[in-house]
Design a protein around this ligand. Sequence first.
Ligand code: F6P
Length: 548
Amino acid sequence: MSQLTQSAAWAALEQHQKSIAPQHMRDWFKADPQRAERMRLSAAGLTLDYSKNRANDETLSLLMDLAKQQGLNKLRVAMFSGETINNTEQRAVLHTALRANPSDSAWQPQADKIEAVQASLEKMRDFVEQVRAGQWHGYTGKAITDVVSIGIGGSFLGPKMASESLKPYWHESLSVHYVANVDGTAIADKLKGLDPETTLFVTSSKSFGTQETLANTLSARAWFYESGAGKQDVAKHFVAVTSNIKAATEFGIDENNLFPMWDWVGGRYSMWSAIGMPIALLIGFERFEEILKGAEAMDTHFMEAPIEQNMPVLMAMLGVWYANFFDSHAHVILSYDHYLRALPGYLQQLDMESNGKNVTRSGELVDYHTGPVIWGGEGTNGQHAYHQLLHQGTRVIPADFIMPLKSHNPIGEHHDMLASNCFGQTQALMQGKTLAEAQAELAGSQHSPEQLSLLAKHKVMPGNKPSNTILMERVTPYTLGALIALYEHRTFVQGVVWELNSFDQWGVELGKQLGNSVLSAIRDTHAEVELDASTEYLVNSFRQAKPQ
Ligand code: F6P
């Protein structure tokens, strides 16, 4: 057994769970009128209501004991002070430096990094302002009208999610398109209708070695050349964000068109760097800086607030409570805002690539569950699809409801209806419906007694399903920055408890390696590639179908 599962804090939670499990949140709310007020917290423009959780004051106190036991305070400081906490890659984890206030003396020990970040932001500002003002010209002298951002994973999900979230702030005539997948349809579809003379490509790749991104950039360049442009014109249409300057210049990107990334920023934590350039192109550099400010405010809260009143810590520890003590395997993100619809997809990478691990920092196999399956979607759509399982399914799936109080599009009563659905769902999940309530509802109906009894059973909702609700005034660059930083720190805290390195991603490597050897098998019948019988069949089927 691991030290963690044998520890005093873990054992206390296991014991405590036995007394909590039979209790119902509905009764807690009735018995304690102060519960909602006590279990509410505001920071960085966000308010978290965590009262609809299967937790009482003692639960929270025991969870905080676990966080302390696992060294949260020490590791939190270690991360912000640039220690190499990514121990398998020997790297610091300093995405927080990307949004640091440069005049904050706490950052003095990282002065070199802060200086590099500020220089990069200045270069970015200059470029973004030129493009947005129509002063960056393509090879025939025309202003840029379309930007195609090429990147995948962290070099795609953050910029795309933030761009969609901040649509009300978009430039009126500049469009940004995203291409990630190596499926040729993705880029072919995007390029249809674009004009090579007015299109700018931003290749975003920390490593500049990612198959999908390089293939898409090559296809983009081939499309560009087809228009009659030459090699000398590439510098006006291709820029890149990368930490691998050598690979990017060898690839043919002009050195002046390179924006830096650093090995101390993980891909899924990088939207605050020049990787976020497509966002800045759409919403303007000053608004991009607002995103950084919102994130910085959440960083300050995370660093300074006592852990008992710390939003990322509370959310993380409640997640641990369900994952490890209620055998919950999933966590659902429900954005009640159309602009935030890409958030669950973004959080999937952030959380699952960070904490989808089975080995501790020191290489021990874990004997407890780590990161859950993250999924979700846009409310109210999900209510007519998968909420059935949330309400009456057999699994505990904690939910995060995200609800801006004001809409960017206040049409008729739409926003009232949206909010009432959001809040009503949290209430239904919490209180459920008893058999007596279901029977009372059916009383006086035309059903036979047998049918009535059957129906009543089907209408029972157990309730006691946990949820958090996150409110914000409106989706703005600032609140979005705070929201993303909140989830980053939540992920970090859970990694601390589970003793994981949340900043590497070795699990994706084998798939990449085998994908490459399968590619040689697809290209060449004589390739010496070892394939199992199933994969061999798949490869042969593909080869036979291939046009000669
Ligand atoms: O395959 C996983 C991954 O390494 C992610 O962690 C990363 O965000 C993505 O690929 C893209 O990597 P890069 O920015 O180096 O192209």
